[in-house]
Design a protein around this ligand. Structure first.
Ligand SMILES: C[S@@+](CC[C@H](N)C(=O)[O-])C[C@H]1O[C@@H](n2cnc3c(N)ncnc32)[C@H](O)[C@@H]1O
Length: 466
């Protein structure tokens, strides 16, 4: 280690920046984040610096550099494009024992700042000691994606309870064990999902009972997206890695399932058409009973849990049983599948609205609002409509939609098994049956489907266009 990583408190202390361009502006903004008193020295200034000065956030000295400007500074940054000035600033600051950083010149610095991940009050700085700043930035980006944005809030809430914990637990070891339990338990997820008050109550309860409540169960109702695992949200992936048991549907792709924690128990509850493995009411009760037994339950659904996903019914039951839960939205099939099929659902030249409709048959018939589906300048997206497709096309033509209206049916969109059939209302059913498409399939009806000829971009391995 060539330099000691330290966190330097510069709040309300004078920091001087020499240089007035955009690099200097970035440095000034960083110093302001740490509540420094900032003075900037330059013959001319970036407009953002002028605006900060006008708002009395910083002071400007419109002059050439001289060493007296460093008097009383606790930190100096040189960000000019004049090498001789940078050298002079470095040498003067060293002479005056003031820590100095010269942008892009590690040999002139007495300190460097590293690439920062800001989850205030948690701060992570990555340094390569000037050897490979791009690598340090790359590592920082990796850390950014690993650490949920709400980690800072966890630290703040922990800070609120620090004294109480100290008073309750006498030894450092007891306190450490307590905080480890907190960080592995439900408090963290409550903070991250925005339920801070509930997290505080839970934490207060844990201190009161001097016990960990990691055994309290909960349910994560997670949207697993349309199939491509790269479309999962950060939060979905994190919770998938944390669960004790995963209750999942047929629609969740094998690639997404592969990311569920390896030693979690897997419970398949089906939902293929006509062969519902478990009735919805039983699924609702199953989720509640698993959580009440103290388990962290991942309820993993295809797409988004609230779009034709019956997620609402599941959390209603959880509410009735007093089971804590959170809902993680997923990319719904209409979004994911249309993107991967190169069909912008609301391209403004063709559509001003987009309808999401379920084409699920009830008693073998379809009871849809045909008149509203037949309106011009809109796109209609039909979920679960494969069986009723012939009926849908027939009815739309009957209600005034042109027989030549373009339609696309996409099977297993976003996955390597994606297949797309394009046709018109009049020949769609025949083409789909010839192609032998199987569920899950999404149907998109509207002028926007024409755009696929120009905009198709995704090349699945098993591509077949009909
Ligand atoms: C019960 S709905 C669930 C929808 C899901 N909650 C969502 O937001 O996407 C099932 C229907 O979603 C559509 N679907 C889901 N994933 C799909 C995919 N990858 N490709 C095509 N259609 C899909 C199909 O129409 C399927 O019959």
């Amino acid at each position: 280690m060539q330099a000691l990583p330290i966190f330097y408190n510069i709040a309300k202390r004078l920091c001087v920046v020499i240089g007035g361009g955009d690099v200097a502006t970035r440095k000034v903004n960083m110093l302001l984040k740490a509540n420094a008193e900032v003075t900037v020295v330059s013959p001319a200034f970036h407009h953002e610096l002028e605006a900060l000065a006008a708002a009395e956030k910083i002071q400007l000295i419109r002059a050439a550099y001289d060493a007296t400007q460093l008097n009383a500074a606790c930190l100096v940054i040189a960000a000019t494009d004049d090498h001789l000035v940078n050298v002079a600033v470095s040498s003067d600051a060293k002479h005056m024992n003031i820590p100095v950083n010269v942008v892009d010149a590690p040999e002139l610095c007495t300190f460097t700042m590293g690439s920062i991940v800001d989850r205030s009050p948690v701060i992570i700085a990555v340094s390569s000691e000037g050897n490979a700043p791009v690598l340090a930035r790359y590592i920082r980006t990796r850390i950014e994606t690993m650490l949920p944005a709400g980690y800072g809030r966890i630290a703040s809430i922990a800070g609120e309870f620090r004294e109480k914990v100290k008073a309750k637990f006498a030894t450092t070891q007891q306190r450490r064990r307590f905080w480890e339990d907190v960080l592995q338990g439900p408090v963290v997820e409550r903070v991250l999902s925005g339920q801070e008050q509930s997290a505080r109550e839970l934490l207060a309860g844990m201190i009161e009972s001097e016990a960990s409540m990691t055994k309290q169960g909960e349910v994560f109702l997670v949207g697993g997206g349309p199939g491509d695992p790269d479309l999962l949200t950060f939060r979905a992936l994190r919770l998938m890695q944390q669960c004790d048991v995963c209750v999942y549907d047929k629609l969740v792709s094998p690639e997404v399932m592969a990311l569920v924690r390896r030693d979690a128990e897997l419970i398949y509850v089906g939902k293929a058409r006509d062969q519902h493995t478990m009735p919805q009411e039983e699924i609702n009760e199953l989720l509640a009973s698993l959580a009440l037994a103290g388990r962290r339950v991942l309820r993993l659904k295809g797409g988004d849990p609230f779009i034709f996903g019956r997620g609402g019914e599941e959390i209603e039951t959880l509410m009735e049983h007093g089971v804590p839960f959170q809902v993680v939205p997923g990319i719904t099939a209409a979004n994911g599948v249309s993107s991967y099929a190169g069909i912008p659902l609301t391209h403004r030249d063709y559509a001003q609205a987009c309808l999401f409709i379920t084409g699920h048959l009830k008693d073998g018939t379809l009871d849809l609002d045909w008149a509203s589906m037949a309106r011009p300048r809109q796109t209609v997206v039909i979920y679960m409509g494969l069986v009723g497709l012939a009926q849908i096309c027939e009815q739309l033509i009957k209600h005034g939609v042109s027989a030549s209206m373009p339609v696309a049916v996409v099977q297993q969109g976003t996955t390597q098994r994606q297949k797309v059939v394009t046709a018109t209302l009049v020949d769609l059913a025949e083409k789909v049956s010839l192609a032998g498409l199987k569920p899950p399939c999404l149907t998109i009806i509207g002028e926007v489907v024409h755009l696929r000829e120009k905009l198709a971009w995704f090349e699945p391995n098993a591509t077949e266009e009909v």
